[in-house]
Design a protein around this ligand. Structure first.
Ligand code: NAD
Ligand code: GLY
Length: 369
């Protein structure tokens, strides 16, 4: 058994710990006891995660004398909508939630995002603890306080910044994660290497196969390194006015692909990000910014692990460059009516720009289609 490691997200009065290790769900009560304002929690989880991890979590809370009630939402991206948010906040109010009650998000990014959003609104904001059970949630969505739901106008367009008071990333939960979901989370993990840490990319290139094969120590180190990168970025730029925007590498394109495929099983978020990172890299090559060799290495790495790297992987009957650009114009990062792109000068050298000429973008997308 590997030891748990604690990282700190250094946000002054809102600082919190991220604990990465094994058996953290079964011992969550003891870890939570020290940070709860009252020994009472409202657990939010989904229909896939509940049968696996709700009982061990509840047992650990019972052992510490922490009260709990739980709501199980349908699994899947479709849950991040107004209807489920209303159900969730009604349930919380019906439970007579108090200002010092804590919400516990047990699940993947969908549960973390909607439970965090509900916690940020109910009684003008109550505490939330994130217990991420998917790889994507462990390396990205549970850390940093972004919460939200999707709107018919686009992804994550309604939401808040609401930092958790604790994150417990139990590596053991990855063992029940379906392989396709694991790979989708892998894309968000290797992203940290691609944007600003070439050494981490090299390490992932060496260890990625073992990671996907289930090596616990490699998984622990990868999640830890990704969380450390995210914690440092969030501490420096909580509200995404600068460096944090780099974490959206692959997302401007990825969100457009997700919007066209309807945010479902046809294309998972992490798969969209993998394709989006490759498309952003190819655009960088076209603009003469990125050495073609780095693009080839990136593609070879993603393909070695089995991730999609091009839109040939997506069924796209009615796609046009104009439609994709339309989605990009609904992205949160649009400013002065121009989309923001995260481009790259090579592995580990991403940067943000709005300086992509409209006709060039149009022709580039037409070329992809
Ligand atoms: P998800 O929550 O839908 O989880 C993926 C699937 O795995 C679901 O079916 C879930 O039930 C299942 N699952 C989760 N943990 C499991 C486990 N241990 N064993 C078995 N099954 C398990 O999706 P996700 O990939 O975790 O997260 C994607 C969401 O995260 C998107 O909505 C995305 O917008 C959001 N996101 C948010 C941020 C942020 O900063 N807030 C960052 C990145 C992504
Ligand atoms: N997932 C990007 C961010 O948290 O900023």
């Amino acid at each position: 058994m590997t030891q748990a490691t604690t990282l700190r997200v250094d946000l002054g009065a809102r600082a919190y710990d991220i604990v990465v290790g094994n058996d953290l769900v079964a011992t969550a009560g003891a870890k939570m006891a020290g940070v709860l304002a009252q020994p009472r929690t409202l657990i939010v989880t989904d229909t896939n995660v509940a049968p696996l991890y709700l009982k061990p979590l509840e047992d650990s809370l019972d052992r510490e004398g922490i009260e709990h009630a739980s709501m199980v939402l349908p699994a899947g991206e479709g849950t991040k909508d107004h209807e489920h948010l209303n159900q969730l906040t009604d349930w919380m109010l019906g439970q007579r939630v108090e200002r010092s009650t804590c919400v516990v998000a047990l699940g993947g990014g969908v549960i973390g995002d909607i439970a965090g959003f509900a916690a940020s609104m109910v009684l003008r904001g109550i505490d939330v603890i994130q217990i991420p059970t998917s790889l994507l949630a462990q390396v990205d969505s549970s850390v940093g306080g972004k919460t939200g739901i999707n709107s018919r106008f686009g992804k994550n367009l309604l939401g808040t910044f609401h930092q958790p008071i604790l994150v417990l990333a139990d590596i053991g939960t990855l063992e029940t994660l379906p392989p396709r979901q694991l790979l989708a989370g892998y894309a968000e993990t290797v992203k940290y290497g691609l944007i600003e840490d070439a050494d981490f990319f090299e390490w992932m290139d060496t260890n990625g196969v073992a990671f996907c094969g289930g090596d616990r120590e490699i998984r622990r180190e990868a999640v830890l390194r990704a969380c450390a990168a995210k914690a440092e970025t969030v501490a420096e730029d909580e509200k995404e006015t600068g460096r944090r925007a780099l974490l959206n590498f692959g997302h401007t394109f990825g969100h457009a692909f997700e919007a066209e495929t309807g945010y479902g099983d046809a294309l998972l978020h992490g798969e969209a990000v993998a394709i989006g990172m490759m498309v952003a890299t190819e655009l960088s090559v076209l603009l003469g910014l990125c050495p073609p060799g780095d693009a080839r290495r990136t593609r070879a790495h993603l393909e070695k692990l089995g991730l999609p790297t091009g839109i040939a992987h997506i069924t796209k009957p009615h796609w046009t460059a104009d439609k994709l650009i339309g989605h990009m114009m609904s992205d949160k990062k649009v400013s002065a009516k121009r989309p923001t792109f995260i481009l790259t000068r090579g592995i580990g050298k991403a940067f943000t720009t709005q300086d992509v000429e409209a006709q060039l973008l149009h022709d580039f997308l037409r070329g992809l289609l």
